[in-house]
Design a protein around this ligand. Structure first.
Ligand code: DLL
Length: 436
């Protein structure tokens, strides 16, 4: 096993990549036009037919898609093959109103495995490695996604899933894990827990980590590398496009290569929808050009990033994207759960609470904490302390069942949440997770 999993394509010239992309895009546009009503309608409205896609630039003639489209057509409205060909479903971890569901044919799964195998090889994995998968298994794409890639590459795959830190550390020691896949915050936590348990990580065979699914900074990278005594690499992906395996760092640790023979990346101005050039920040948009069951074209990720076509020292020619530098919307990712302030607001309104609130996200040690501060109305304010505490606890439980995450709730005195002249400042994020 060499440095690349698919050397011909991973080091192909720009002309070759463009040629493959165009052929696949043309086929994909025909596929969605014929099989998904939403695309057919939108393209007809714009007066665009599949035959109009003659060059890669013609991609810009196609309509955008968004998470809202997925919700509007939930569950299967954007599937492009009969359900009898769909062999797997995954769903977004998000609790943004309706969850979204995506599907894969057997061939889609195999492409996904290939994409994840490439990201492992890019960080030096071989079939001698033991890949310890601490991403959650289940509807979340992290666990099974990385698992498929590791197995396809021929690594010894250890499907630990998330949680139970003491057991993770025992497995790591006893089974001799060499590569860890987890969220970066969990990797930090594992490092801390190892130290507390008196485990000398420099004696462990663990040497590499592939971390993603949430934003993290260069400082976090350094901390993780030091505490677990490994090299830590960033991997990026999203449920709608396949899960992990969309883009990944190589050993240069300098941007994430996009698997361009399967996904076309564009960076657009989020206001105008126009493309922006390399090196300029904008919203990341992806088109899947090989996915059969759930093919998304021009999907607006709401992640902000930058791309570069500059040559990478690793020899890969696939375009590189930066870490996500922020979000176009106000989505927060707290302990891996995607969360919108509007969901918090919905719970408050349902419980008859004041809509004057503020969400404070922080990181204590290595774990994210979230506190929701809510202004009391004058009549609640006059209640006894024990009544207030009871109310706080009941709200915490309400949030837990609505959002899947339990924030700390603090009822504060009337008129103490700062008012703003423009948009209300609903979120105070003290983690500085986007770095830069
Ligand atoms: O998080 C898929 C994944 C699993 C990626 C395991 C990497 C590793 P979703 O739950 O749909 O899918 O969340 C996708 O998470 O739009 C980004 O905002 C954020 N995200 C993913 N990877 C990174 C990363 C998976 N490396 C959303 N850095 C995306 C920053 C990331 N944010």
């Amino acid at each position: 096993m060499g440095e690349y999993y698919n050397p011909e394509i991973e080091t192909a010239s720009r002309e070759e990549i463009d040629k493959i992309q165009l052929e696949r895009l043309q086929k994909q546009v025909k596929h969605v036009y014929e099989n998904v009503e939403l695309y057919r309608k939108r393209m007809d409205d714009l007066g665009v037919k599949p035959e109009d896609i003659k060059t890669l630039d013609d991609l810009r003639k196609l309509p955008f898609t968004s998470k809202q489209d997925l919700r509007d057509t939930y569950p299967y409205g954007m599937f492009a093959v009969p359900m009898s060909q769909v062999v797997r479903l995954h769903a977004s971890s998000g609790t943004t109103g309706k969850q979204i569901v995506v599907g894969y044919t057997e061939e889609d799964l195999d492409i996904w495995r290939t994409c994840c195998a490439r990201q492992l090889v890019a960080v030096g994995a071989t079939r001698e490695d033991k890949v310890h998968v601490s991403y959650g298994y289940g509807l979340f794409t992290g666990g099974l996604g990385l698992h498929g890639g590791s197995q396809k590459l021929g690594c010894t795959t250890i499907p630990v899933s998330a949680g139970n830190t003491a057991r993770q550390l025992t497995i790591m020691q006893d089974f001799g894990s060499t590569i860890l896949g987890s969220t970066p915050s969990y990797a930090m936590y594992l490092g801390e827990s190892a130290e507390k348990a008196g485990i000398d990580t420099s004696k462990l065979p663990l040497r590499v980590g592939i971390f993603g699914a949430e934003p993290w900074t260069e400082e976090m990278r350094q901390k993780i590398e030091k505490s677990l005594n490994i090299k830590a690499y960033d991997i990026y992906g999203l449920t709608e496009i396949c899960g992990p395996g969309v883009a990944y760092e190589c050993t240069e640790q300098n941007g994430m290569h996009v698997n361009e023979d399967h996904f076309i990346i564009e960076i657009i101005d989020p206001e105008t929808g126009e493309s922006v050039p390399d090196g300029q920040k904008g919203e990341i948009v992806f088109s899947s050009i090989t996915k059969q069951a759930f093919p998304l074209l021009r999907f607006r990720t709401k992640d902000i990033g930058v791309i570069t076509h500059e040559k990478c020292a690793c020899g890969r020619t696939f375009v590189r994207m930066s870490k996500p530098l922020g979000r176009v919307d106000d989505m927060l990712i707290v302990r891996g759960v995607n969360l919108f302030p509007s969901q918090i607001e919905a719970v408050l309104l349902k419980k008859g609470q004041s809509p004057n609130y503020q969400i404070v996200v922080d990181r204590q040690g290595t774990l994210d904490s979230i506190e929701v501060r809510i202004e009391m109305s004058e009549d609640i304010f006059s209640d006894t302390t024990s009544d207030i505490t009871r109310m706080e606890k009941s709200l915490e439980n309400e949030f837990k069942s609505a959002l899947g995450i339990k924030p700390k709730v603090r009822l504060v005195s009337p008129n103490t949440i700062p008012r703003s002249e423009g948009k209300a400042v609903r979120v105070v994020d003290k983690r500085h997770v986007y770095g830069g």
